[in-house]
Design a binder for this molecule. Sequence first.
Ligand code: PEP
Ligand code: MG
Length: 549
Amino acid sequence: MIRQVVAEDVPAEEKRLRQAVREMQRAIDALVDTSHGLGPGEHRDIIETYQIFAADRGWLGRIHEAVRSGLTAEAAVQKVRDETRSRMMQITEPYLRERLFDLEDLANRLQQILAGQSPGMAAADAPAEFILVAHSMGPAELLDYASRRIKALVLEEGSPTAHVAIVARAFDIPVVGRVAEATQRIDNGDIVIVDGDHGQVLIRPRADIEQGVATTVAARTRRRVYYDSLRDTPAATRDGVVIRLLLNAGLLLDLAQLSATGAEGVGLFRTEIPLLTRHAFPDVADQTEFYRRAYEQVDGRPVVFRTLDIGGDKVLPYLAHAPEENPAMGWRAIRIGLDRPAMLRQQLRALLRAAGGRDLYVKFPMIAEIAELEDARALLDKEVARIAAEGREPARSISIGVMLEVPSLLWQLPALLERIDFLSIGTNDLAQFLFASDRGNPRLAERYDLLSAPMVALFREVIAQCDAARTPLSMCGEMAGNPIEAMVLIGLGFRTLSLTATAVGPVKTMIRSLDAAALGRYLDEIGERPDHSLRRWLEAYARDHAVAL
Ligand code: PEP
Ligand code: MG
């Protein structure tokens, strides 16, 4: 609880805050050193990202601003924390919400330091081996416990995309989040089984269940070892069709997954994601530095940058945005980019500067008509001319792509394909517009199936037109990371899939057990069935033909 809200001496309060921030940064730096001892891996990048958050000028700036306005350091941290929390509540996409949870964790540490407690004190009291049950937790806090043996982590908040979950994975600790009232329902000394794969927590289980779980754990370990062993194995089907597997990424730390998974490059870099935790729109120099670091991390592999897809459920707090009745169909993505050309031009300028001497792949989101592509291209051309006029090194090559997310494009394909270097289908949005079914509404989540005649017909048409125009086609919607859905995409003719890192192992395993031509023939037979879903046919096919799903 904060006892004093209004500061009596503002400069003294600012000094206290500065000292506390320095202490927090030192503690995070120490964690970075600890994590170095763990060897390379994504957890280290996460902690380093954390270090960046801890020095984030935007976040700290807002706290300082609140102190200058007369609040005590504690009250200022609390104010910014409350603001972050209310922003968090507006965001429905779990991945983005988790980025803001990280700032909560830092606020927590800062408040502990201001209160004269040393963060990590609770960790020192922990027993040698235990399951940790908490309301919420950040990755740094988890590292405080790292020297002890945590068997599993159960959180009342959090989700699989949370940084804490990624760090836990690096330590091989299973995590289950969103377990309501876990801290009340689990007592010290209880036997608890935590199934991180299926998001299940069993409290005080029966002995036979305990036995069954031991068998499942052994099978899972074997599967994981197998996925790791596939890292350098080509993603080729049994009949020799080679599939290009790329990653979907949003933060620099996602790029560490490239070497971990053996993916060939990044098929979708969601550039808006790093902006969600910032206080102000980054200037061209900041953006350039960020993209340059992305290029360094991909280490020569191709990376496709998607220009900002803000709006919808990704609202930046510093960008004026009137409430909309249908934000997914509202002022978002390229529509904002073209209405605020200075913003899009700055992003393109930063991308071109970072790409000096390298290949630049850029794709535009939510294009609904060719005129929008042409307008976006005109902005890019202006920036290319500017780079030349400034005497900077140009990109070695520039490839322009479009996301196929709005159905109107389907009737403009020949003219579109003539004008672009590659096309990417984003089924997350395309399906919601095609079926008029909000992608964020849980009541509709099961309503329509991507594995159904209209989608099959759509994919066939797009593949045929891309083949005819010799335009490379990829899929970067979530369906590319779902083994049975990826199986169908390959059967229909997709050869490039961009997916989340954790899906690479399971999808590659599926690919290596598949005969693509045989599945293609089966899809010719059943693809037009007017059923609600073709899924059960395809599951049966996979079973009968030993496709590993
Ligand atoms: C999509 O819509 O399928 C897509 C990949 O973009 P996002 O999920 O970022 O909207
Ligand atoms: Mg989309």
